[in-house]
Structures are given as C-alpha cells and as structure tokens.
Ligand binder design. Structure first.
Ligand SMILES: Nc1ncnc2c1ncn2[C@@H]1O[C@H](COP(=O)(O)OP(=O)(O)OP(=O)(O)O)[C@@H](O)[C@H]1O
Ligand SMILES: O=P(O)(O)OC[C@H]1O[C@H](OP(=O)(O)OP(=O)(O)O)[C@H](O)[C@@H]1O
Length: 214
C-alpha cells in the first residue's frame, strides 16, 4: 500500500507535531535525525513526512502530492485554497491582531490609514468588513518596525506572548482572529483513503486530548 504523505510546516509547529506523533506511538527517529533530508519515513505507520514552509504545505495538499497537512490557521486564512480543514490541534496558539504605537487612537481622523503586514489578504478582509479603505504595505518580517519607522499607522501581525509589541512600545488595538495548528486533507485523498485518513486524524485528536489511540 502506498504510504500516506503528511506535509508538516517546519519551524514552530514541527516540534509539537512530532511530539504528538510520538504520543501516538510512531517511531520518529528519522524526524529527529533528519540532517538535510526533507522526506522522512515513519516506517511502522506507513507514513512519509514532508517538511515544508507553511504556504507550500497548502500548495502540496491542493495539488494532491501530499494527502494530509499540518498548518497554522493564519496560513489558511491568508492563502485559502481547496481542501478539507478537518481538525484543530490546539498547539501553535497565537492570534492575529491590529497593533500600533502605545497610546495612539487608530480610529481617530478621516485620513486613509497605512497598514503594514505579512498577511495582506487577512488585512484586506478585516478592513473590508469595517467598510474602511486602507493602504496595505507588504512586509516580510519584523513587521513591528513599520510603525516605529513611520511607514505605517498600524500593523496586522501574529501576537503570541505580546513581548515583541511590549518591548517596542506597541500595543494591541484590536483582536483580528485566533490562530492554532490545523489538519488539512486533499479532497481526492479523503475519498480514496478515507478509512486510513480518518483513523489517523481520529488518533491525532485522541492523542492531543491525552486519550488512548486505536
Ligand atoms: N509567535 C509566533 N509567530 C509566528 N507564528 C507563530 C507564533 N506562534 C505560533 N505560530 C504559528 O507557527 C506557524 C509557523 O511559524 P514559523 O515561525 O515557523 O514560520 P513563519 O514565521 O510563518 O515563516 P518563516 O519564519 O519561515 O518566514 C505560524 O504559521 C503560526 O501558525
Ligand atoms: O507575541 P510574541 O511572542 O512576541 O510573538 C510575535 C512575534 O513572532 C513573530 O515573528 P517571528 O519570530 O516569526 O519573526 P518575523 O517577524 O521575522 O516573521 C510575529 O511576526 C511577531 O513578530
């Protein structure tokens, strides 16, 4: 039987996902000793784990070259796509927030505001719901710099502990959306390998809750 391919977001979500697999009794030796290898087997479970950047996880699932993906809700909200979102794993918890310089009244005045973000689609949708026209500037990292340098009135970014905002004299103006790691599944794989995939996801959810896996 061909292995089930799981695309796993490398970086922050990787450790928690591997820990979850170990709770499920999977042998994650290859994932611990990966070196520069990008496709790693979990032999006893007939699974291959593909390590990829967050947005690429969605691309691989949409194109059907991977069956199951673990990706943040932030990436799903920004890139969208055609796949099933089947489970919330709870870890990788953080949130999208609108933030800016401490004490600023963001909604004061009528001038169009400039918002810096790594997530232009999330930002556009957030302000569209408010019927507010904003100028969005795409930034690739350390988005918090933009209001400090005078490039933007505010940012839409991920806030986890709040330290980055606090240590740079910024504060949350408004919550945008909660974020956590989600399991996504290719629509064709879900039909062809329904039983295997449903068992796998059921076991991931049970392991997450500390229940016995089947
Ligand atoms: N403090 C945080 N900052 C960013 N992402 C976080 C944070 N806490 C949890 N996450 C979750 O972890 C996922 C992966 O984050 P990671 O930092 O590994 O990648 P990234 O910052 O999106 O990409 P890269 O650093 O490769 O450009 C995010 O998509 C999000 O769902
Ligand atoms: O609330 P905190 O716990 O401080 O976490 C939030 C910070 O973490 C993320 O940045 P990351 O470390 O991914 O770096 P980047 O800005 O270069 O993407 C995010 O973009 C914030 O800057």
């Amino acid at each position: 039987m061909k292995p089930i391919r799981i695309a796993l977001t490398k970086g922050r979500l990787e450790k928690d996902t591997v820990a979850l697999f170990e709770t499920m009794g999977f042998d994650c030796t290859a994932l611990h000793n990966k070196g520069r290898r990008l496709i790693l087997p979990i032999p006893d479970a007939n699974i291959e784990v593909v390590l990829a950047k967050a947005a690429d996880v969605i691309t691989y699932i949409e194109h059907g070259v991977c069956d199951v993906g673990v990706v943040g809700k932030d990436t799903i909200m920004e890139y969208g796509g055609s796949f099933f979102e089947v489970a919330d794993l709870g870890f990788g918890a953080c949130r999208f927030a609108l933030a800016g310089k401490k004490g600023d009244d963001f909604y004061a005045g009528y001038a169009e505001k400039t918002i810096a973000t790594k997530y232009p689609n999330v930002t556009r949708q957030f302000f569209e719901k408010k019927n507010m026209d904003v100028n969005i500037v795409k930034i690739e990292g350390s988005v918090e710099l933009a209001p400090l340098l005078g490039l933007a009135d505010a940012i839409v970014d991920i806030v986890e502990t709040g330290s980055t905002l606090r240590e740079n004299g910024l504060e949350v103006f408004e919550e945008v959306a909660p974020i956590s790691a989600r399991v996504i599944v290719n629509t064709v794989s879900m039909k062809l390998d329904q039983q295997t995939i449903e068992t796998l996801i059921g076991n991931m959810e049970r392991a997450r809750k500390g229940e016995e896996v089947r």
